[in-house]
Design a protein around this ligand. Structure first.
Ligand code: KG4
Ligand code: ZN
Length: 338
């Protein structure tokens, strides 16, 4: 089965073709980072306009690279939320048009489910074997959540952030330090040569009961530190970034391991843009190894937003004969189970 998927929920216009036998045939991501950088964050109206400009060439490029024509596909998929409504609409309308002219079935995919399915993508054609029942740690710019996956489409939310997402905290800390946008990769780079024990930042809710997160307090602790000590320069920037990053790592690991123990799962899937972070990846690897837990983290390029994960999430729905067709409604807020 061959699926063309489109993703346009935030600042990446992406299209991919996935073949369930041969693997990923193409995976095109056109990022708008340079457009939003001067504003220090994503400007929704600009995002919509650029999706509109990019969607045709990006989809064409995905088909060309896969060496397929629309008629040779078995289905279409598009992100229907959560995300920026204007941005989502561009992808959804375009996908509906493609479905209309081709007669192909179209699946509206939850972006969060897409991130969960990114763990099933591999750089070769052999997908990783993941136990049906497992714990998912989803850490992105908009979400931080622990989800118990019990089967196809069966998700139980164990906990989520009560305020900022972890990725958002990375972005806000980078902005506070005047490091630029997006913050995650810049903070990681600075942290590489920093001392993570230089500043003891709080680990919000790390040992609280339940599985909710809170990253706004950590961001405030960084802001208070800067207010007290002044804007750091030189090595102190690296030390601050490393100390902040370590606080995030410690919270994510404490919560994920305690949820894994409570739910008695044998495997953890960790996904979302923040999992592009090398320190978080390796800390999770060490922590899960120590507890004899299986860990599945997608290859780096599938962590941040892409359409391959949307195709992967759509595949079982298409196989089950579902067709959302022209009825797809986009939604800024969309719970995982909807
Ligand atoms: O999953 P994603 O691409 O988009 C959303 O669905 O939100 O995640 C984007 C987030 C941003 O907050 C970005 O700063 C963060 O992921 N991120 C990182 C890294 N790369 C991206 N955070 C920490 N370290 C990174 N290397
Ligand atoms: Zn995302």
């Amino acid at each position: 089965m061959r699926v063309l998927a489109i993703e346009s929920s935030c600042d990446e216009t992406a299209a991919a073709v996935l073949d369930d036998a041969k693997g990923l045939l193409s995976n095109i991501v056109s990022t708008q980072i340079d457009i939003h950088r001067p504003f220090g964050g994503v400007v929704p109206e600009l995002a919509s306009r650029h999706h509109l400009q990019n969607i045709v060439p990006v989809v064409q490029c995905a088909l060309d690279e896969a060496e397929l024509r629309l008629e040779e596909l078995d289905g279409l998929a598009v992100t229907r939320g959560p995300g920026l409504v204007g941005a989502l609409l561009i992808g959804a309308q375009f996908a509906k048009s493609l479905a209309f002219v081709s007669g192909l079935p179209l699946i509206g995919v939850n972006h969060l489910e897409g991130h969960l399915y990114s763990s099933r993508l591999s750089l070769d054609s052999v997908p990783p074997a993941i136990p049906t029942r497992h714990l998912a740690l989803l850490v992105s710019g908009g979400h931080t959540a622990l989800i118990l996956v019990e089967g196809f489409g069966q998700y139980r939310l164990l906990g989520q952030t009560r305020d900022d997402a972890a990725g958002e905290a990375f972005d806000k800390v980078a902005k506070l330090l005047g490091l630029g946008y997006p913050g995650g990769p810049i903070v990681e780079e600075m942290a590489r040569t920093g001392d993570c024990r230089a500043i003891r930042f709080p680990r919000p809710m790390a040992h609280a009961k339940g599985f909710d997160f809170s990253f706004s307090g950590l961001k405030t602790a960084v802001a208070n530190h800067v207010r007290r000590e002044g804007l750091p320069v030189g090595q102190r920037v690296n030390d601050l970034c490393a100390s902040f990053q370590q606080a995030v790592v410690d919270v994510l690991i404490a919560k994920a391991l305690s949820a894994a123990r409570k739910e008695r799962v044998s495997a953890i899937v960790a996904a979302g843009g923040v999992l592009a972070n090398g320190s978080i990846r390796s800390a999770l690897q060490q922590a899960t190894q120590a507890e004899s837990l299986e860990l599945h983290i997608p290859p780096l390029k599938f962590c941040t937003d892409n359409a391959a994960m949307i195709a992967a999430a759509a595949m079982p729905h298409l196989r089950a004969g579902r067709n959302d067709g022209q009825s797809i409604l986009v939604s800024a807020r969309l719970p995982l189970a909807a």
